[in-house]
Design a protein around this ligand. Structure first.
Ligand code: ARG
Length: 564
């Protein structure tokens, strides 16, 4: 009985209105932002259609027939709303006990048991710098993996590597002209980017270099040993470099099957498209005409017979369905690719794949850096590695200033800095374009990670100060105390909603709200008091806040610190 949903359901069951299911009625019940009038409210206008009465009369009628019990202590009709007061002590007791006994599992669920979700995210391009543009897909995708697992789903995290295309031919040409194995091992991604940029400059003057690049790419495809050895080297260097960042951000994958993995899996797809009469030839290229659906055609084969990004995505989707039998397949990719996903989802549908409806493009907005914020640049891009390093460095300076005597400052600065970057990328609705600002993500008083981490550290110091206390008993609560209880009870619903809407931002926002409720309580109510009963009750609230905030941050890949 530890979550708001359970209470909503109890209310719905008690109301038991004809012509509407308990589930739907439950979904109508709200938690008012201000709980002076009640802890829950039913807006009766939502029932006018079914009950054929004005909301004010519905509310009055429902009030009359409502019987209170040990959970719901009052129902009052006010202006077309039916407001409920719950038995707060009962609620607090159940909730605090549940949080204590579930610990790191508080907020988890079994709704996903037996279901599989594939999540395609980060999906970096080999030999290209890992820049700030990859931050959102990486942290949104990783959070969704953790959230879905927490809800009982089997999750397959996939890094659909961009490891196919003529750019690898270009790299080989550039490598042979201006680099060496030693130089690449030494300079890593920066070296690969240097020669790639140089190739483009030089190829403008010597267009024959492009032909050479195409030849080398063909050699890779045909299995030429030397070319493939170089390609594997570029891939290895890239993966080693990004692995460092993934480790910092607590990101991991179950599969690195990238675009080239589908080289031998596209021919059957092209045959199937032909057999089903979906292919048209246009200027020598094979396309699926989507005019009827108001979209440009989806390109399947170029006139020279080579495949495209969409061809590989169609093959990958079929492979994933066959291999994992997913219930849902998510693609965490920027909104710039909206059309691509609409097109290839439609092609799958036209192929008669009934599971095409389970494909979801989780689109997100752009991240840019506030101007003048970055000096280290590779080519024209801002490296994610540099952004994280700089945030950690700034976090270190703030800690040095605020709390110079802290032990293990480096470790704390690392947790605070990386947390700030992750949280900063997750704290807005994902579709919004955002400007990354060091000062904003590191503001200890803002809606930020340091604010939440600081709240956890504050809980720790309260817990240490209180020492051992007898088992708590729930006392009559003031507004600040109940404010924390009310927030604590929302967590489970927030986790579910964030999965349903693919919005980790629901969890960042929740962590800030719970922190704010706790800090209000901390300011207004002394916790380590003489009175053992008051002390142990307030301590129980504090422990529950620590558990819940820790669980929320863990779902985002963020570490907490004992002290800061
Ligand atoms: N590598 C691509 C890019 O950087 C993203 C791939 C996304 N995943 C996919 N299955 N298309 O644009």
């Amino acid at each position: 009985m530890g979550c708001i949903m359970d209470y909503k359901k109890i209310i719905a069951e008690k109301l038991n209105i004809e012509g509407i299911s308990i589930e739907e009625l439950t979904s109508f019940i709200e938690t008012p932002p201000n709980n002076d009038m009640g802890d829950f409210a039913l807006p009766c206008f939502k029932l006018s259609k079914i009950m054929r009465k004005p909301p004010v009369l519905i509310a009055q009628g429902l009030q009359q027939s409502f019987t209170t019990d040990e959970f719901i202590s009052e129902a009052t009709a006010v202006n077309g709303y039916l407001n409920f007061k719950i038995n707060r002590k009962n609620y607090a007791l159940n909730l605090l006990n549940e949080i204590e006994s579930l610990g790191e599992n508080y907020g988890s669920d079994t709704i996903g048991n037996g279901k599989t979700v594939c999540i395609d995210y980060s999906s970096i391009n080999i030999a290209k710098p890992f820049h700030i543009g990859h931050l959102s897909t990486t942290v949104i995708g990783s959070a969704l993996c953790k959230i879905y697992r927490f809800l009982g789903y089997k999750v397959v995290g996939i890094n659909h590597l961009g490891d196919y295309g003529t750019q690898f031919g270009k790299l080989i040409v550039a490598f042979k002209k201006w680099s060496s194995v030693e130089a690449v091992n030494e300079g890593r991604l920066k070296e690969l980017n240097r020669i790639y940029v140089k190739f483009h400059e030089e190829a403008k003057l010597h267009p024959e270099m492009d032909d050479e690049a195409r030849r080398y790419f063909k050699l890779i495809e045909d299995g030429d040993k030397e070319s493939n050895k170089l390609f594997e080297l570029f891939k290895k260097i890239t993966l080693e470099e990004v692995e460092k960042i993934y480790k910092l951000l607590n990101v991991s994958f179950d599969s690195y099957a990238g675009e080239s993995f589908y080289n031998d899996k596209m021919a059957p797809i092209v045959d199937e498209l032909k057999d089903k009469g979906l292919i048209k030839i246009s200027d020598g290229a094979s396309i699926v005409d989507l005019e009827e659906y108001n979209m440009p055609p989806c390109l399947i084969l170029k006139s020279d017979g080579s495949t495209l990004y969409a061809t590989r995505d169609i093959a990958a989707a079929v492979y994933r369905k066959n291999t994992y039998d997913f219930d849902k397949c998510l693609y965490v990719v920027a909104y710039q690719q909206n059309l691509h996903f609409k097109q290839f989802f439609k092609v799958l549908e036209l192929m008669g794949k009934d599971w095409a409806k389970d494909m979801v493009h989780v689109a997100y907005g752009m991240v840019s850096l506030e101007s003048g914020a970055m000096s280290t640049r590779a080519g024209n891009v801002v490296l994610l590695e540099d952004v994280i390093a700089k945030t950690i460095e700034k976090a270190r300076a703030i800690i040095e200033d605020k709390n110079p005597n802290l032990a293990d400052k480096d470790k704390i600065a690392s947790a605070v800095g990386t947390g700030a970057v992750i949280f900063g990328a997750l704290c807005n609705n994902k579709i919004k374009d955002i400007t990354f600002s060091y000062d904003r993500v590191l503001n200890f008083d803002g809606e930020t990670c340091p604010y939440v981490q600081y709240t956890v550290a504050r809980c720790n110091s309260v817990i240490a100060k209180c020492g051992d206390t007898p088992k708590f008993e729930v006392l009559d609560m003031n507004n600040a105390e109940y404010g924390v209880i009310a927030e604590l009870g929302k967590f489970k619903d927030v986790v579910k909603a964030s999965a349903e809407k693919y919005e980790p931002s629901f969890i960042t926002r929740y962590a800030v709200d719970l922190s704010t409720a706790f800090n209000k309580f901390y300011m207004e109510c002394k916790i380590a008091v003489e009175d053992e009963k008051v002390k142990s009750f307030r301590l129980a609230i504090t422990k529950a806040v620590k558990t819940t905030l820790t669980n929320a941050l863990t779902l985002l890949g963020i570490e907490t610190v004992e002290e800061m």
